[in-house]
Ligand binder design. Structure first.
Ligand code: FE
Ligand code: CA
Length: 502
């Protein structure tokens, strides 16, 4: 027996003894608790996070998922194969009521650039099996297959696109925000719970649980590690930092954001180090995928100034005030510094709202909620990466419920030079079925090349020489189980920003 195998065997034996202890007295005292599935996230070269939440009655109005106040020991298992026969590693985490009996286990000591399988056991029950991957080692650049999407409104349609994402078996999935929606029950294909707009911790927990019960979403979480960032609807439509967008429901908005951020953390495969502190949760971060790509994940909600001239699409010179920020000063310098480090061949920026300029009318009207409402902040970041010799990141975006593709320009008025590329994913469901024939590009925005009002996600396959991009769509989400197809493809060359024909 090699040293490694002997050690693994001993760890396994100890954990088995622990499980016997946990099982005694409480086995079957809790009915099946893994109703919300399993997830992995935050892949690193030596590990990743695995997540689950114990919730035998996930929609109970108190948000406690049918659990009592007692702590519960949750055994985790990670193996080299999906049958859990090879190199089994185990350990025990504690699920606490204070965190809605969620567990976030950060695994370390794993091998870079390979697949693993994981599952949980608690109170005599065993969870579904999830697949996760470690990032490749720095110094290596194997190709990355990555999917990204946003805006999954439970009422607007079925999560077929999540199912299709699972079937693609990617290495990594990004969710760029609007993972849940906060509104009350409306008139979609299925109804939100609770039925009123959510604002309390109990209500945010029930809403997250309702989404997580969806089997298509569970399949997408189980197939690959996710890296998640929120947008507005995880708290409230169009909120900005601690400024609420409207007065309904009444109540203290800081308390509401605190509740929403806590419930978000409780339901996402984030590191326990990211657990919120009061109304704050540091979500912006970098993930490295070997020497191939660096993923800069932004938070454009928590630190932003309020929308200039109010929400919506406006002609608003105040949006160009140099003092305005969508990132906050700290995140801005962190991003520019990171883009200057050139840690990998590709710099990918995963973020929420439309980055390139997008004029809505000849008078200069623009969306106040996007980077067009914070133009000086955008200019400083663009100038920052150019000054540091970065050939141009690929910005990955959500929010607008349409597929878009754009070249990022050093000057949008003169269309002088391409300095980056933006890929905007449509929604999983938000906006409903859409229209395959609708047109959206305009001579006002010659750098914007593609528009599609259908639901789906973006598939990327990235090597050290090029990124292949496929905009994936389903024809309907109000009817279950439509197939996926590619509406448009592009290629981006490493070191040569801009969209090219495949
Ligand atoms: Fe949305
Ligand atoms: Ca949004």
């Amino acid at each position: 027996m090699t040293e490694l195998h002997r050690r693994t065997f001993l760890i396994g034996s100890l954990a088995t003894a622990g499980v016997t202890l946990v099982g005694a007295g409480v086995a079957n005292a809790i009915s099946y608790p893994f109703t919300l599935g399993v997830a992995s996230g935050e892949p690193a070269a030596d590990g990743f996070v695995i997540w689950t939440r114990l919730a035998p009655s996930p929609l109970n109005a108190d948000g406690l998922g049918g659990m009592s106040g007692a702590d519960v020991a949750v055994e985790w298992q990670v193996a080299d194969d999906q049958y859990f026969t090879l190199n089994l590693r185990t350990g025990t985490a504690t699920a606490q009521q204070a965190w809605a009996h969620s567990v976030h286990v950060t695994l370390t000591g794993l091998q870079p650039g390979r697949e693993y399988w994981y599952r949980f056991r608690a109170a005599g029950h065993i969870s579904q099996v999830g697949r996760a991957l470690t990032a490749p080692a720095v110094g290596t650049s194997p190709a990355l297959s990555m999917l990204f999407t946003s805006c999954s409104h439970f009422e607007a349609g079925y999560f077929t696109a999540y199912r299709r994402m699972a079937e693609e078996h990617p290495d990594l999935i990004l969710h760029l925000g609007d993972y849940i929606y906060e509104g009350g029950a409306g008139s979609g294909v299925r109804a939100h719970q609770p039925s009123a707009e959510i604002s309390s911790l109990a209500n945010y927990r029930v809403r997250h649980a309702q989404y997580k019960r969806d089997v298509d979403l569970q399949a997408a979480h189980a197939v690959a590690p996710w890296a998640v960032v929120w947008d507005d609807h995880e708290v409230e439509n169009n909120y900005a930092n601690l400024t609420r967008a409207d007065s309904s429901p009444a109540g203290d908005f800081t308390a509401r954001r605190t509740a929403a951020y806590k419930a978000y953390y409780e339901h996402m495969p984030l590191r326990s180090a990211q657990a919120p502190s009061g109304a704050n949760l540091q979500l912006y971060r970098r993930l490295r995928w070997g020497s191939l790509a660096t993923l800069h994940l932004l938070d454009t909600r928590q630190y932003r100034d309020d929308q200039a001239c109010g929400d919506g699409t406006k002609l608003c010179p105040a949006a160009d005030d140099p003092a305005r920020t969508i990132t906050g000063a700290t995140q801005e310098s962190w991003l520019v510094d990171g883009l200057g480090q050139r840690l990998g061949t590709w710099d990918l920026i995963g973020q929420q709202v439309f980055f390139a300029q997008r004029l809505a009318a000849a008078d200069g009207s623009k969306s106040m909620d996007s980077w067009d409402g914070y133009t000086a902040n955008r200019t400083r970041i663009q100038n920052g990466w150019q000054a540091r010799g970065n050939p141009g990141p690929v910005v990955l975006t959500g929010d607008v419920h349409r597929h878009w593709a754009a070249n990022i320009m050093d000057d949008y008025a003169t269309q002088h030079r391409i300095i980056g590329t933006e890929l905007v994913s449509t929604s999983i469901t938000s906006g409903g079925d859409g229209s395959a024939t609708e047109t959206g590009t305009s001579s006002l925005n010659p750098h914007v090349k593609f528009y599609k009002n259908q639901r789906g996600y973006v598939r990327t396959v990235t090597s050290s020489t090029e990124m292949r991009v496929d905009f994936r769509v389903v024809d309907k989400v109000t009817v279950r189980d439509y197939p996926i197809k590619t509406a448009q493809s592009y290629v981006i060359e490493a070191g040569n920003p801009g969209l090219q024909a495949p």
